[in-house]
Design a protein around this ligand. Structure first.
Ligand code: ACO
Length: 358
């Protein structure tokens, strides 16, 4: 059924379990190759200031605050202001992450942006951000894997850093402006989505990216899709196709997401010689509170270990994991040394996990 493709570097050889004594400050060897896995050096996020509440949506479509809260857990979400671009959101998050890491833009050798809502076709959002922050030395390109995009970008950046050479610091941004592809006359989807950006800086330091796995199942791609492509109608014979708005089969996505949540965490924990108890935190893609609760229940972990902010952020696709993680770091829940599983599921269909020691 699922065609497994993809990016799975496997557990890092030098650190397979918590407390395995990998008190690392990673070092580069003479080739510049990192002797240990890179770490997160800084984290930042940006949310547009405009709040879109449930009552406002209830004036646009036949819905109500009680239904949205009960079925999704969402109370409000942020949406960008007219003229505020995806690159603008990404730039703000990128600068916040750099400041948090105590690094300057010229220190960035690689700049990856995970997004499915880039502002323009020929110029990657990463390239726009590279220019906006003045990261003149950075290789920059986008990674598109919907809600799993941030994890796909994270593992891509890790491979560059492990290869060494000119790549010592990477800036990885997850950003989406889903309001740009949301049909605000479709109650099935418009209650879910929001805009935002989150970013991390990777390099040598405390903590460690331990393991990743990204899987895709292109055969189920039409479960979440758009009726038209961004560059023209998908079907000339279907002029009614509204474009490029997100559509989905919600219940099917729900079931897929709960299963992916469990499978990916169970496997990564097992592969690294850990148990679920060894995990301090799970930071899932913020799709729907009920998905997260069902996933935690099925997996057998208490919700107190699951970081959620979907109630006030909605589903921000590639941005949701780094935003949730940034909030948990900022308020002190996540501490140095904690073991964290980031888990994502969404368009593709795609799913992924990253295991890290903070
Ligand atoms: N307000 C009121 N009623 C609604 C609304 C709404 N906004 N939306 C749907 N309904 C109705 C339906 O029409 C249906 O009515 P019916 O029983 O008369 O047919 C009823 O509510 C129940 O609909 P369901 O689809 O069964 O509701 P469910 O409990 O499954 O919740 C939801 C729907 C919230 C979409 C849920 O399935 C879900 O969260 N799915 C996953 C969505 C997701 O994560 N998508 C990923 C997006 S892609 C990306 O992130 C980029």
């Amino acid at each position: 059924m699922s065609s497994k493709a993809d990016i799975h570097p496997g557990p890092s050889s030098d650190s397979t379990a918590p407390g395995s004594g990998t008190d690392i400050a990673a070092h580069a060897d003479s080739s510049g190759r990192l002797a240990t896995a890179p770490a997160v050096l800084g984290i930042g996020a940006y949310l547009p200031t405009r709040v879109l509440g449930n009552d406002e949506l209830a004036r646009l479509v036949e819905t109500n605050d009680a239904w949205i809260r009960e079925r999704t857990g969402i109370i409000e979400r942020r949406v960008s202001a007219p003229g505020e671009t995806t690159a603008d959101l990404a730039t703000r998050a990128a600068l916040a992450a750099l400041e948090n890491a105590g690094l300057a833009a010229h220190d960035v050798d690689l700049l990856l942006v995970a997004t499915i809502t880039g502002d323009e076709a020929p110029r990657a959002t990463a390239v726009r951000v590279q220019h906006a922050i003045g990261a003149t030395e950075a290789t920059a390109f986008d990674v598109g894997l919907a809600c799993t995009g941030f994890l796909a970008a994270l593992v891509t950046a890790e491979q560059f850093l492990r290869a060494g050479g000119p790549y010592q610091h990477a800036l990885v941004v997850g950003v989406d402006r889903l309001s740009a592809i949301t049909d605000y006359s479709d109650r099935d989807t418009c209650v879910l989505f929001g805009d935002g950006a989150g970013a991390v800086v990777l390099g040598r330091g405390e903590g460690e990216l331990l393991d990743h796995e990204i899987r895709v199942d292109g055969g189920r791609g039409d479960t979440i899709t758009t009726r038209a492509t961004r560059i023209g109608p998908a079907h000339a014979e279907a002029p009614e196709a509204k474009g490029p708005y997100l559509t989905m089969r919600g219940r099917e996505v729900f079931r897929f997401a709960v299963q992916a949540f469990c499978d990916r965490i169970e496997q990564v924990v097992q592969r690294n010689g850990m148990t679920l108890e060894d995990l301090d935190w799970i930071v899932p893609h913020q799709a729907n509170q009920r998905i997260l609760e069902a996933g935690a229940r099925k997996l057998g972990v208490p919700m107190s270990k699951v970081i959620t902010n979907v109630s006030t952020r909605g589903n921000t696709s590639a941005a949701s994991i780094p935003i949730a993680l940034q909030e948990a770091v900022a308020d002190g829940r996540v501490q140095r040394g904690h073991h964290i599983a980031l888990v994502a599921f969404g368009g593709g269909l795609s799913q992924g996990v990253s295991l890290l020691r903070w």
